[in-house]
Design a protein around this ligand. Structure first.
Ligand code: HEC
Ligand code: HEC
Ligand code: HEC
Ligand code: HEC
Length: 427
């Protein structure tokens, strides 16, 4: 697709560094990471940055691999991932004077990118690739625009930029924003003076709402000064601010699969399942996994509930929830940890069967469905007490949307869907 550059993301390293380097060697575009470096000499393993000529402009592009402290390399891998604070200052001060436009491809999360924007006004655009799934329209932070497209290539981001000599983004809304903030400030001043008239002066420091208003006033004042300065600077410099237009283009769902690509995807899925299967076999034969014995788990399994609730069980057995694990088996994906969390009984609100996800690979069969306890909560103590107070009756929408995410079930609508799975009344 004629990409100029791609940043190395954290997940790209999942199959090992040497695998990625092999791929990069065959690619027709540059792979960038300024912070993935050799341990021995701190030189980048891929390129840190590049400069492209676009018309009369020099466009600098820097890559950053996501850094959250969790990345581990093997003993024999000559690699280390550095935090952006250690690498960006040098690269930006090297590139900024040589480039008209500077773009950062960042695999860091939004908060980190906002910090980067605060620290490096010379970076004009930050294109973000975080695990969050959706498109996010460009937002201005300090002098940088931060934007992201939906993951897995489901969307392309398209930005038409009119880049001016001013090298700053114009905020068409700045004048309006200033007016709104001034109006807000008037309101706060009014409320404060009413309190001042009512209360004694020495009581004000302990007056809660007065202090809250005071804090808002301080915040508004500094925002107003910032906006006023910005508008003033633009006017003084007589320079036109740069502007952009932004669109997201969805990949059409009716595009036919490419047979060669489809084959690679299918094979990869089977390989992932096979890897999970061998992991499960190892778990089963390792003697010390008490967490896999039903008696020791938080969840007790649907068979236990069935002994007292046969009409509800008979109903549930006819819903797709009862065969959710079966659906994975049919696709040979029952050992894929990307699928299991939503197709088994292992989580309810903040109760998780284990913090070790590999437990899902070897669950007892009574938990290999979207079972009763997914909706009603762990029921061991209720099964013993038979007390309705020990179990939850009606699952609310937050329970459902953990699995019925917009990505997996675009048409999920609680009010309708609850009807289709609600167990029948006992009497
Ligand atoms: C030994 C028998 C027994 C077992 C086992 C049992 N229950 Fe119950 N359950 C009861 C009784 C008795 C009630 C109260 C029935 C009533 O009030 O009509 C009840 C009530 C309920 C209710 C309704 C609660 C309410 O607020 O009205 C739910 C939901 C429920 N059980 C789910 C489960 C689930 C899920 C399991 C398995 C984890 C389970 N039960 C296991 C006996 C049992
Ligand atoms: C643990 C994940 C999970 C939770 C929680 C969950 N579901 Fe599901 N649901 C699934 C899966 C997976 C399927 C599809 C199973 C299959 O076809 O193999 C499904 C299927 C369904 C279906 C289709 C049923 C049918 O028989 O055709 C409905 C309706 C539904 N869920 C509603 C709900 C509602 C309402 C809630 C909340 C009260 C809920 N689900 C909670 C995972 C979940
Ligand atoms: C975030 C939760 C979630 C994850 C992760 C998940 N699923 Fe599902 N899956 C669902 C839900 C919800 C449904 C029901 C969707 C509906 O009713 O339209 C479903 C339905 C299904 C179905 C039956 C309906 C169909 O589309 O044919 C299959 C098969 C399936 N999933 C396979 C998988 C596989 C394979 C994976 C892993 C690669 C996976 N799922 C990962 C939640 C999930
Ligand atoms: C996908 C969610 C879901 C699953 C899975 C599920 N239930 Fe329910 N169950 C409900 C809903 C919704 C209701 C209706 C609650 C209401 O409207 O008050 C309900 C009601 C009940 C009741 C109370 C019936 C009454 O009115 O006395 C019992 C008992 C019950 N379920 C048992 C079970 C058992 C046993 C299983 C597993 C075999 C199970 N449920 C699986 C969602 C679920």
């Amino acid at each position: 697709m004629n990409y100029d550059a791609v940043a190395v993301g954290k997940n790209d390293l999942a199959a090992g560094l040497s695998f990625l380097q092999d791929q990069a060697a065959r690619a027709k575009f540059a792979w960038l990471s300024a912070n993935l470096v050799r341990k021995s000499n701190l030189r980048p393993l891929f390129s840190a940055s590049l400069i492209r000529r676009v018309g009369s402009l020099s466009v600098g592009i820097i890559g950053l691999t996501g850094h959250d402290g969790s990345m581990r390399f093997g003993e024999n891998e000559d690699a280390v991932l550095l935090p952006w604070q250690e690498v960006l200052p040098d690269i930006v001060s090297d590139l900024a004077p040589r480039c008209d436009l500077l773009i950062l491809l960042s695999n860091n999360v939004m908060n980190q990118n906002k910090e980067i924007a605060e620290s490096f006004p010379d970076i004009h655009i930050i294109i973000q690739s975080t695990p969050r799934s959706g498109n996010s329209v460009p937002q201005l932070k300090n002098k940088s625009l931060i934007a992201q497209t939906g993951k897995q290539g489901k969307y392309l981001g398209w930005m038409l930029i009119d880049w001016q000599k001013s090298r700053t983004w114009g905020r068409a809304g700045a004048t309006k924003e200033l007016a709104t903030k001034k109006h807000e400030l008037d309101g706060i001043n009014g409320r404060m003076s009413r309190i001042e008239r009512r209360e004694k002066k020495e009581d004000l420091p302990a007056h809660k709402s007065y202090q809250t208003l005071l804090a808002s006033k301080d915040r508004l004042l500094s925002e107003i000064i910032f906006l006023e300065n910005e508008l003033h600077d633009l006017k003084e410099s007589g320079q036109t601010p740069s502007t952009y237009e932004n669109h997201f283009i969805a990949l059409e769902v009716n595009l036919p699969d490419q047979p060669e690509v489809k084959k690679i995807v299918e094979t990869t899925k089977l390989n992932v399942n096979q890897a999970g299967r061998s992991q499960a076999d190892q778990s089963a034969t390792s003697p010390a996994r008490p967490e896999l014995q039903l008696e020791k788990l938080a969840f007790t399994g649907w068979k236990r509930c069935a002994t007292c609730h046969s009409p509800q069980t008979a109903f549930w057995e006819n819903t797709a929830h009862a065969s959710a694990y079966q659906s994975l088996t049919e696709q040979e994906q029952q050992f894929n940890l990307d699928c299991l969390p939503c197709h088994v009984t292992a989580e309810y609100k903040d109760i998780k069967i284990s913090n070790d996800a590999t437990v899902l690979l070897a669950l007892p069969v009574q938990l290999q469905q979207v079972g009763c306890e997914v909706c009603h909560g762990p029921g061991k103590s209720h099964a013993a007490s038979q007390d309705p107070a020990d179990i939850s009756r009606k699952p609310d929408t937050s329970i459902c949307i953990r699995c019925h995410t917009s990505e997996r079930d675009e048409e999920f609508y609680y009010d309708n869907d609850i009807e289709r799975i609600a167990c029948p009344a006992s009497k």
